[in-house]
Design a protein around this ligand. Structure first.
Ligand code: SF4
Length: 263
């Protein structure tokens, strides 16, 4: 993969990786240039996949039948071999019993979305930046359409969690807006782990679960312009590496390794 193909049709960005790319462009560029491989598999990721699978079936083919959705989830273990199915079932059953989900008018479920961002000034290719992703849900609400992302885990909560996943959610809003031909002005995270919270005495004390993003659709467009500017640098062969706390999750294995790979 050549630098000029970065973020293009042949080599699009992934919505779920935008935050990492903006934190350290070199980390993401190395993966696009096939210099390192990122392995996302693991118990937490697979538990999330299992919960998503059950929720998808519950909203679509199994139409509100939680018992069947759980059975189908447990039978499909080959899709998420490291999943903690008991935890996934626990979170899903509480999700399925939540009146906010029971009453939801869901218009998209697990839908592939695509965002096309105009190239930034100075981009040598003049080609748009492409972001691909899968939005968990879009719901019709009294105020309009809302994109929702289900999170079963993660190290952040509340506003920090929204900030952490801001670029991902913004891409879903814009991608779903294009797909549906209607503005998806709002976005939220459904943090299913909140259902399992307890107080100091270990009594159930669920958190809010629904966390609403504070930004507008215009903010999403502005954020994507920043992504395009960072992509233009990579396409010019300018690889910025930016160390920080995120280095611990980088497949390059740390600053001492990644600097050696710089062209
Ligand atoms: S180790 Fe840190 S600085 Fe180096 S590429 Fe990875 S995230 Fe960037």
């Amino acid at each position: 993969v050549k630098p000029e193909d970065f973020g293009g049709e042949k080599n699009p960005l992934r919505s779920s990786r935008l935050a990492r790319f903006m934190q350290c462009p070199w980390s993401e560029a190395m993966q696009h240039l096939a210099m390192v491989e990122d392995e996302q598999a693991g118990a937490a990721a697979d538990t999330g996949s299992a919960m998503h699978f059950a929720a998808q079936l519950w909203h679509t083919r199994l139409k509100g039948d939680a018992r069947l959705a759980v059975a189908a989830m447990r039978m499909a273990l080959e899709r998420y071999p490291f999943a903690d199915l008991d935890s996934a079932e626990d979170q899903f059953r509480r999700y399925a019993a939540d009146p906010r989900n029971l009453a939801a008018k869901v218009v998209l479920v697990e839908a592939a979305v695509r965002v096309e961002i105009p190239p930034a000034p100075g981009d040598p290719t003049g080609a748009p930046v492409i972001v691909m992703g899968t939005v968990d849900q879009v719901r019709e609400e009294p105020g309009g359409l809302r994109a929702l992302d289900i999170k079963t885990g993660g190290k952040y909560e509340g506003p920090d969690m929204l900030d952490e996943h801001c670029l991902q959610l913004a891409a879903y809003q814009l991608g779903a807006t294009y797909l549906l031909g209607r503005e998806v002005r709002a976005a939220s995270i459904i943090r299913t782990k909140d259902y399992l919270k307890t107080d100091r005495m270990k009594r159930p004390k669920p958190g809010p679960v629904f966390w609403e993003a504070p930004w507008s659709l215009d903010d999403c467009r502005a954020l994507m312009r920043s992504v395009a500017a960072a992509v233009a640098e990579v396409r010019r062969g300018l690889f910025r590496h930016a160390p920080g706390g995120h280095c611990r999750y980088c497949p390059a294995g740390g600053v001492a390794q990644c600097t050696k790979r710089l062209p």
